[in-house]
Design a protein around this ligand. Structure first.
Ligand code: ATP
Ligand code: MG
Length: 372
C-alpha cells in the first residue's frame, strides 16, 4: 500500500494552535490533491496516486514529504518494505532511520546497521554514508513505520487560511502575482482584484489575468477574482488630476475600491507588489500617500527584494511566462513622462472629487471563481 508521509515545519511550534494549523493543512491537502489525508502524530499521511507529488509541492505549510510504503512495527516488515521501495538501479545507498516512538525496541542506529546489512546481503550493493545514490528513510512513529526512498521538498510556510483573508491587487506585471503567492505562503487566503480598462487591449489583458489567477489557484485550491472596470474612473482622474500625480491618484482609487471589496469578503488586509524605489510611484513618500488611502493594513511582501530575486520566484511558481506576455495593464499605459516622486497627500486630496463614484465601480466588478 503506497502512501505519502508529509512533514510540516513551522506549525510544530505553534503551541496551543497546533491543532488548528494541522487541521487546516489536512483540509488544504485534501482540497488540492483530492486524496484522503489524515493526521498521524506530528505528520500527515496521504493516499498516494501517480502525479500527487506535483500538487503537494505547491501546498503552503508542507516542508517536505516522502513517497513510499507503510510497514508494521517490526524489523522484518521494515526490511521487506525497504526492498520494495529501492529503485531498480543504484550502486550505493545509506539507511537513515528516525524513531519518534522511543518504546520501539530497536534504536535508530541499530535500525541503520541491521537494515543496511540486510540490503547489502540481498542486493550486493554497497553502503556509502557520505554520497549515496539512494537514501532509505525509515520513520518509526507511535503507530506506524514509513519506509521510502523518494523525498521531495515542499515550499514551506504556513497553511493557507491560518492567517485570514486578504485582498491581493494583481496587475499584469511580474511582481504582484509573486506578492500574492508570498501572502499565501504566510497563511493568507488570497482574493485577487484586477483593475482594467475595457477600451484598451481588454480581451488579451483579461485572458492574461485569468491565466495568472489560474496559476495562483494551484497554491490554495480555489481563488476568487474580481475584475473591476476602471475606465470611467480613469477618465475622471485624467480630468481632475495633473499629469504628474495621476499614477498616485489611480493607485489611491484602487486602494479605496479594494477596501470596499474587502468589506464584502471580510478580508483583513490589502496586498500589493510594491517594491521600494523600483518605479517612480514607489518612493517612500509616494507609497505613504498611496497606502494611506487604505484604512486596512497594506502588506507589500516584495518591498526589500531585488528585481532578480522576484523574477526567480516568479519562474519557480510559474507566473513569469504569463507575466511577460506583451499585454500591459490599464495603468502602465498611462504613465506620465515626469511623474512626481515626492507626492503630498494634501495636493491629491484637493483633486479627489470623484471619490463617490468608487463604491459604484466596486459594485460593478465581475466575479470569477476558480477551482483546481
Ligand atoms: P507589477 O509588476 O505587479 O505590475 P510594478 O512593480 O510594475 O508591479 P506598479 O505597476 O506601480 O508596480 O504597481 C504596483 C502595485 O500596484 C502592483 O504590484 C499591484 O499590486 C498594484 N496594481 C497596479 N496596477 C494594477 C491593476 N491594474 N490592477 C490591480 N492592481 C494593480
Ligand atoms: Mg506594473
Amino acid at each position: 500500500m503506497e502512501c505519502v508521509v508529509v512533514h510540516y515545519g513551522e506549525i510544530g511550534i505553534k503551541g496551543k494552535n497546533r491543532d488548528f494549523f494541522e487541521k487546516k493543512l489536512v483540509e488544504n491537502i485534501e482540497k488540492i490533491t483530492k486524496a484522503n489525508a489524515r493526521r498521524k502524530f506530528g505528520r500527515i499521511e496521504v493516499d498516494y496516486y501517480e502525479g500527487i507529488e506535483d500538487r503537494l509541492k505547491k501546498i503552503p505549510g508542507i516542508r517536505n514529504f516522502g513517497v513510499g510504503l507503510k510497514a508494521e512495527k517490526d524489523i522484518d516488515s521494515i526490511k521487506l518494505a525497504a526492498l520494495k521501495v529501492l529503485p531498480k538501479e543504484f550502486e550505493s545507498f545509506k539507511v537513515q532511520a528516525s524513531r519518534s516512538d522511543k518504546s520501539f525496541p530497536i534504536t535508530s542506529p541499530e535500525i541503520n546497521q541491521e537494515l543496511g546489512k540486510f540490503i547489502v546481503e540481498k542486493t550486493g550493493k554497497k553502503v556509502d554514508l557520505k554520497n549515496p545514490d539512494v537514501t532509505v528513510w525509515v520513520e518509526v512513529s507511535s503507530k506506524e513505520v514509513y519506509v521510502y526512498c523518494k523525498k521531495y521538498n515542499g515550499i514551506g510556510g504556513l497553511p493557507v487560511g491560518t492567517a485570514g483573508k486578504v485582498i491581493s491587487l494583481i496587475s499584469g506585471g511580474i511582481d504582484s502575482p509573486v506578492a500574492a503567492f508570498m501572502a499565501m505562503k504566510r497563511g493568507c487566503e488570497v482574493v485577487a482584484v484586477h483593475f482594467f480598462n475595457e477600451t484598451l487591449h481588454s480581451r488579451e489583458v483579461r485572458k492574461k489575468i485569468i491565466m495568472l489567477a489560474q496559476k495562483l489557484t494551484e497554491f490554495q485550491g480555489s481563488l476568487r477574482l474580481y475584475m473591476v472596470p476602471f475606465e470611467s474612473l480613469q477618465l475622471e482622474i485624467i480630468r481632475e488630476v495633473p499629469d504628474k500625480l495621476r499614477m498616485i491618484a489611480y493607485r489611491r482609487s484602487m486602494m479605496r475600491i479594494a477596501n470596499f471589496i474587502a468589506e464584502k469578503e471580510k478580508a483583513k488586509a490589502v496586498v500589493t507588489g510594491d517594491n521600494l524605489s523600483q518605479v517612480a510611484s514607489q518612493t517612500i513618500e509616494n507609497l505613504k500617500v498611496i497606502h494611506s488611502a487604505s484604512s486596512l493594513l497594506v502588506i507589500s511582501p516584495l518591498i526589500g527584494l531585488d528585481k532578480e530575486e522576484i523574477v526567480e520566484i516568479s519562474k519557480e511558481i510559474g507566473t513569469y511566462e504569463i507575466s511577460i506576455l506583451p499585454y500591459k495593464d490599464c495603468c502602465s499605459l498611462l504613465v506620465s513622462k515626469h511623474p512626481e516622486t515626492r507626492a503630498r497627500e494634501e495636493d491629491i486630496l484637493k483633486c479627489e472629487v470623484y471619490k463617490e463614484l468608487e463604491k459604484d465601480v466596486a459594485d460593478m466588478a465581475e466575479v470569477f471563481d476558480f477551482e483546481i
